[in-house]
Design a protein around this ligand. Structure first.
Ligand SMILES: Cc1cc2nc3c(=O)[nH]c(=O)nc-3n(C[C@H](O)[C@H](O)[C@H](O)COP(=O)(O)OP(=O)(O)OC[C@H]3O[C@@H](n4cnc5c(N)ncnc54)[C@H](O)[C@@H]3O)c2cc1C
Length: 509
């Protein structure tokens, strides 16, 4: 008689990049040794090796694992990130900052930006970001931890990390192995499916070994070794909205300032990231192969470095889009095997984090009921789509005069984005669903940053004639400037709390 115990007994994670080791660490911590976890990776194949900038929710991931922040930053050559500076995006020569945390502090029932828009229409020239502590601190190279006292302006700050991706995976590997995860080195050459229902039964390694499991997590990178090559779930290509499909990456020498933010600089047919770590600066040029070629993209990258290059520029290819099903039968795709959205807002590692959280919230038994997998796929699909729309906004709202930029400015955009734009253009209103990753302050920063100007501000702001918004905004700017001035530089903060012991860790980007 078949056992009634339908619990998952063994989990096989395929791939040891950021996705594989984040998954292994989180599952080991959550499942506490109640089932076997085995991770297979191939040093010969290697990892993608990029993915160094993150967004604030990563703090929660590390906290859930009980990781000490300072130890983690010292081990990964990490720095703090207060947001992203966008250079030349809306138009050549223009810059703006997408800060983490709040923009301003509420002093009324009307969102602050409506007063700012009202004052702007009356001739106020202050920038929106001057009301954000994250920007003022980032601009001056400052960092300190936010306050938990909500009455303090310092509580409006939020932050994420920038770190060496290879060192982060190694850090999590130590964590996972200490909690019982078994690592197998080897190249998977074949996946066996159960003849009756097509579920994955085992993977076979070069050399003959086989690894069986109940649940398989595909963290094998772009190729999707299990989810695509074995299960053929299909891919939804979004290049018609996000046409960049290549990148070339290289590290460069430090200028020793440890800027606490990522910079994204628009170029003729793409954009370049700059991510300062403790031991080096990571750089890459994301570009569209329909509008430029690899040699030109590499030349542009090298011409725009802020220090001497370290190593040879490395080319990468990708197709923006998502897997049609992220979870199929007994296989869940996490990481690049699930889909790819270009790193403009540093969302890939976050998508790994939320996939793990969702998997744990919907953890299956060996029956893998269809309702569970459908819910995982529904939520993950929606998350990808909302992030996609946020990225499209950066491209679409531009007045640059080069072929790629004209193309993205005039292309048709997804309906939910058109809806958001219509609301903002009308009355400066931000409409977001509660489950969206990027919330109103994020959309506001990018809408204003890309110079999407509302025709009118909120009528309520006009009706509140008793509110002296101009002086309140001015005093807010003043307090923010004072709080930022009192903060240590990021360099000082790191030297005091989390300086990496080894200056040279990895040379590769
Ligand atoms: C240009 C670019 C810039 C990026 N920048 C950012 C960023 O700033 N922030 C961010 O959050 N994300 C970024 N990302 C995304 C980020 O790099 C990935 O999300 C992250 O590294 C996770 O990758 P992965 O683990 O899914 O895949 P990979 O790193 O590719 O790992 C795949 C693993 O599978 C193994 N494997 C594959 N095939 C086999 C096989 N046959 N047998 C055994 N093992 C196998 C490999 O050995 C490897 O261990 C960027 C991506 C790109 C392309």
């Amino acid at each position: 008689m078949e056992s009634t115990d339908r619990r998952i007994r063994s989990i096989v994670i395929v791939g040891g990049g950021t996705a594989g080791w984040m998954t292994a660490a989180a599952l080991a911590q959550a499942l506490q040794g109640s089932c076997r976890i085995e991770l297979v990776e191939s040093e010969q194949i290697g990892t993608i090796g990029v993915g160094e900038a993150t967004i604030p929710p990563i703090k929660l991931f590390n906290q859930t694992l009980g990781i000490d922040e300072n130890a983690f930053l010292a081990a990964t050559q990490g720095t703090f990130k207060l947001g992203i500076e966008f250079v030349g995006w809306g138009r050549a020569g223009h810059r703006y900052f997408h800060p983490f945390g709040q923009i301003g502090a509420e002093f009324d029932k009307v969102p602050l930006h409506h007063y700012w828009l009202r004052e702007r229409s009356r001739g106020d020239t202050s920038a929106l970001e001057d009301h954000s502590l994250a920007w003022v601190a980032a601009r001056d190279g400052k960092f300190t931890l936010p306050s938990t006292d909500r009455r303090q302006v310092l509580s409006t700050l939020d932050y994420a990390y920038q770190f060496d991706a290879g060192l982060y995976a190694a850090f999590l590997r130590r964590y996972a192995e200490a909690r019982g995860v078994r690592r197998t080195e080897g190249r998977i050459v074949c996946t066996d499916l159960r003849p009756d229902d097509g579920f994955i039964e085992r993977v076979r390694l070069d050399g003959g070994a086989a690894i069986e499991g109940d649940l398989f997590i595909d963290c094998s990178g772009f190729r999707g070794l299990l989810i695509e090559e074995a299960l053929h779930t299909g891919y939804e290509d979004w290049r018609h909205w996000l046409p960049c499909d290549r990148a070339v990456a290289v590290a460069c020498e430090h200028d020793d300032t440890f800027a606490p933010y990522t910079r994204s600089t628009a170029h003729e047919a793409g954009w370049q990231w700059r991510i300062p770590l403790q031991h080096r600066v990571g750089n890459g040029h994301v570009y569209c192969s329909a509008f430029t070629d690899e040699d030109t993209a590499t030349r542009v990258l090298l011409e725009n470095l802020t220090g001497k290059p370290r190593g040879t520029p490395r080319p990468l290819r990708f197709t923006t889009g998502r897997r049609r099903r992220f979870w199929h039968r007994n296989c869940v795709a996490i990481g690049l095997s699930a889909g790819f959205l270009e790193p403009l807002e540093s969302t890939s590692i976050h998508l790994i984090q939320t996939a793990i959280t969702r998997l744990l919230a919907l953890f299956p038994d060996r029956d893998f009921d269809a309702v569970t997998t459908a819910e995982f796929n529904r939520l993950t699909g929606a998350e990808y789509e909302r992030i996609r729309d946020f990225l499209i906004l950066h491209y679409h709202a531009n007045t640059r005069d080069e072929p790629m930029w004209r193309h993205v400015a005039t292309m048709e955009i997804p309906e939910p984005l058109a809806y958001k734009l219509a609301h903002f253009r009308g009355h400066g209103r931000l409409v977001a669903e509660s489950l969206e990753l990027f919330q109103n302050p994020n959309w506001l920063a990018v809408m204003v940053g890309q110079e999407v100007w509302p025709e009118r501000h909120d009528p309520l702001a006009d009706l509140r004639t008793g509110v002296d918004a101009a002086s309140r905004l001015a005093s807010l700017r003043q307090v923010i400037a004072e709080v930022a001035a009192a903060m240590p530089t990021q360099r000082e903060y790191i030297d005091r709390h989390c300086r990496a012991q080894v200056a040279e860790a990895t040379m590769e980007p």
